[in-house]
Ligand binder design. Structure first.
Ligand SMILES: Cc1ncc(C[n+]2csc(CCOP(=O)(O)OP(=O)(O)O)c2C)c(N)n1
Ligand SMILES: [Mg+2]
Length: 788
């Protein structure tokens, strides 16, 4: 294994190469490629250097094809350099690092070409993603899938300051509840963040915390040179000094060099014979080499630490490192954005025996035989199967989902009924759906689904209330067959779990169709995780309910205002806000198909639902209506040829819009009622059509909304209304140049009845009538809604 000196020598040579290539990539982007906007590459060089040995040990020796890694964002150049050596990354993309379509600043699953497992960049998220990816792997295997593939380890390379992110702690707790396995977190303990040097003794806090959660903790503090020196006479005094040296000082001395170390050691240890001789036997350079030989920079120590793990319990490695190791600014507290000057780089290039013009040559400057190096890379276990992105067949989804209608229902109720209906059957669709909710399973109407499909746990666990025969509406039996993952109240965890479940086809080769439920306002609590899940191209469905001020008496910030705009603006997420349950049925069927599309058109789905029970429309669901619902809108009442005004509504305010149209009918002509099921789809269709017409002159393509609004006379007014921010629909006037008045909610917090709040926020029937009046000429509207 890696105790073999020849193997260690190869690995160390490759690590030197990785340091060179990653540094050269950064240098090239900064000093060589024409840089028109003068932006410097910040935050990569020192951060990257810190992880070179650890990542080289992993990728060139320890990792197997089934393992997956979340790389610390600023170590992206190291990752790309390693992939370049493997032949999975091109010189062209490295030369264009951070440039248009070049290698990405932060590893990106969707934008990089070199097999990034998890996109990172927003610190903390990638770390937790590995934990949930491991739970998902367990879920898949417990359901009898992917048994022909070996279990992989999910590994995160973590910055020590990254550990400040709260979502990591939330995930730790959840991992403990679910019996986490096969997860390694390697903390790059360089004791520096972006601005600062970290607090003394942080590692002890990490150690106790991880052990508390059942993790194994491996501290890799001393490299092999250090360990050898400690065994020399006087070595223990040196070790004591190292252990007691404050982080700031150690960093500063690493920056200053061997002579500074010597002075401090002399001043602080004094003349103690053996240790003095130990120090004096070494030149300044050798002393610096010894003192910077922390565990995380020592190939043998890292390989030994990784290879010693012979169990599947989660492990946290705390690897001591020096930020910027091997570079002129190593250890300097300001080094986060540190870059080498042209002169420094020239000097370093020459010292590495790299000829000018040969900087990109794979093995330039190494003394090893290139053929042997090439063979070593080809044989690296990680590289044996080439690219590791898997795929899975599409699960069939019926054209329409069925439910038992009643005359009055809420969309949230409809969602629960539809899932219950799926759960009753034995379709492939039913078996691939997996639900999760952050402690709001029952209140978001998932109860019926869970009763039928059960909770997921690796080991059987009976619902004690059930076994004790205490009457309860819910069955919370847990088993490996269960299909609902119960989460604590942490919305970040929910979305990171969605991200992991929604990538199962690519990671485990088994497709899952994840469905999350949560209260709509708390989307904002997990928003960055939702954003990253979409960015990774994970596929899932979010049913957010209840929403808006329609949950009236709840008041407070349980009301959501901004979420419709989030739904529109979030890339990779198609958002819908249906009013009627037959629309929910169409949208969910569309959603399960949309989640599986691989043609660049697919993505995740967000349903903004309500608890407001409203009269349902009785109608046939025709194919035309079905496609209009998924494209975002249809006429609930077609406008006449001389329409003076139309009302366009979304979601729970449908009754107000319908009522307003009725009341306006006698005073205004040909009023239309536009049901908008998705402002997001409509708007996206509109921008796409304009782009197409611009790009391909002569193309006549009209978007759905342009077609819908085409028959309206020029002077016709549009009143838009929703229980959410008015800007969501305010753009409708621009589609064909109609005057528009946008109603919606802009302030939160008031409690009251739905009537109170709709009146208060100006989204009730009378407010709609007032707006219609302001857009039209003619006599005042005769009828108003009477106060109740
Ligand atoms: C959520 C988030 N906040 C802030 C940042 C900006 N940022 C990037 S790296 C970093 C700290 C780096 O410290 P550490 O994790 O110790 O990594 P090191 O560079 O020391 O390896 C910060 C604050 C970010 N990328 N993501
Ligand atoms: Mg750090």
């Amino acid at each position: 294994m890696t105790t073999d000196p020849a193997r260690l020598e190869m690995l160390s040579a490759l690590a030197r190469k990785v340091l060179w290539l990653s540094s050269w990539t950064i240098h090239h982007a900064n000093h060589i490629r024409p840089n028109v906007d003068g932006l410097k590459v910040g935050g990569h060089q020192a951060s990257s250097a810190s992880l070179v040995t650890i990542m080289s040990a992993l990728y060139f020796s320890v990792l197997r094809p089934q393992d997956r890694v979340a790389v610390k964002p600023h170590a992206s150049p190291v990752f790309h350099a390693i992939q370049y050596l493997f032949g999975h990354q091109s010189r062209e993309k490295l030369e264009n690092f951070r440039g248009f379509k070049g290698a990405q600043s932060y590893p990106s699953r969707t934008k990089d070409v070199d097999d990034v497992d998890f996109s990172t960049g927003s610190v903390g998220l990638g770390v937790a993603q590995t934990l949930f990816a491991s739970l998902v792997q367990d879920y898949v295997r417990a359901h009898g899938w992917a048994k022909d593939r070996p279990e992989g380890r999910m590994i995160a390379l973590v910055g020590d300051a990254e550990m400040d992110e709260g979502n990591i702690f939330e995930a730790l707790l959840e991992g403990w509840k679910h019996g986490l396995r096969n997860t390694w977190w390697v903390v790059d303990y360089n004791r520096q963040s972006l601005d600062a040097v970290v607090r003394e003794g942080l590692w002890e806090k990490f150690e106790t915390m991880f052990r508390n959660f059942g993790w194994d903790v491996v501290i890799v503090k001393y490299g092999s040179l250090m360990r050898k020196a400690f065994a020399e006479p006087g070595g223990q005094a040196l070790k004591k000094w190292i252990d007691e040296c404050p982080n700031q000082l150690y960093s500063a001395l690493c920056f200053q060099g061997g002579a500074a170390f010597r002075k401090h050691l002399r001043d602080e240890i004094g003349d103690q014979g053996a240790v003095t001789q130990l120090i004096d036997r070494r030149s300044d350079d050798q002393l610096l080499e010894l003192m910077s030989n922390l565990g995380g920079h020592d190939m043998a120590s890292m390989c030994e630490a990784f290879e010693a793990i012979d169990h599947d319990r989660p492990v946290c490695f705390i690897a001591y490192t020096i930020k910027g190791i091997g570079l002129p600014f190593q250890g300097h507290k300001d080094n986060h954005a540190g870059l080498m000057t042209v002169a420094q780089m020239e000097k370093w290039r020459a010292a590495q025996n790299i000829r000018a013009g040969r900087e990109w040559d794979k093995f330039e400057g190494l003394s090893q035989d290139p053929a042997a190096l090439e063979a070593f890379l080809a044989n690296a276990p990680f590289n044996r199967e080439g690219r590791r992105r898997l795929s899975a067949p599409v699960i069939e989804v019926p054209e329409r989902l069925s439910f038992t209608p009643s005359s009055q229902m809420s969309t949230q109720q409809g969602f629960g009924l539809l899932l219950n209906e799926i759960a009753r059957g034995d379709s492939e669709l039913a078996s691939r759906i997996v639900t999760a909710s952050p402690d709001v399973t029952v209140s978001t109407n998932l109860g019926a689904w869970v009763n039928r499909r059960g909770l997921f746990a690796r080991a059987e666990k009976a619902d004690l209330f059930r076994s004790e025969k205490i009457p309860s509406t819910f069955n919370w039996d847990a088993s490996p067959r269960g299909q609902h993952i119960e989460l604590g109240i942490a919305e970040m965890n929910l979305f990171i779990l969605m991200s992991a479940l929604g990538l199962s086809h690519a990671i485990n080769g088994e497709r899952l169709l994840p469905v999350a439920t949560l209260y709509d306002p708390f989307i904002e609590r997990g928003l960055d995780a939702l954003n990253y899940a979409c960015y990774q191209d994970a596929r899932f469905m979010v049913a957010a309910t209840p929403s808006g001020v329609t949950l009236a008496p709840e008041g407070g910030a349980h009301q959501s205002i901004a979420t419709p705009l989030i739904g529109m603006a979030q890339d990779g997420l198609a958002s819908f806000e249906p009013a009627f349950v037959d629309e929910v049925a169409v949208i969910m069927a569309f959603g399960f198909r949309h989640m599986q599309r691989e043609d660049g058109e697919g993505g995740s789905v967000y349903l903004r639902l309500s608890t407001r029970s409203i009269d349902q429309v009785q109608r046939m669901m025709t194919p035309d209506l079905q496609s209009a619902i998924t494209e975002g809108a249809y006429w609930l009442r077609k406008p006449g040829p001389n329409a003076e005004v139309i009302i366009a509504y979304t979601g729970a305010v449908a009754p107000e819009a319908i009522e307003a149209v009725g009341l306006l009918g006698e005073s205004r002509r040909d009023i239309g009622l536009l049901a908008i099921t998705s402002a997001d789809q409509l708007h996206a269709g509109w921008t796409a059509a304009r782009k197409l017409r611009r790009d391909r002159r002569g193309v006549q393509h009209l978007s759905h909304i342009e077609k819908l609004l085409a028959p309206l006379p020029r002077e016709c007014g549009i009143v838009t209304v929703l229980d959410g921010h008015p800007a969501t629909l305010a753009w409708l006037g621009s589609v064909r140049g109609h005057r528009a008045e946008a109603l919606g909610v802009e302030h939160f917090g008031q409690t009251g009845t739905i009537d109170d709040l709709y009146r208060h926020h100006g989204i009730d029937a009378n407010a709609i009538i007032d707006a219609a009046e302001s857009l039209t000429a003619g006599a005042p509207v005769r009828h108003r809604k009477m106060a109740v």
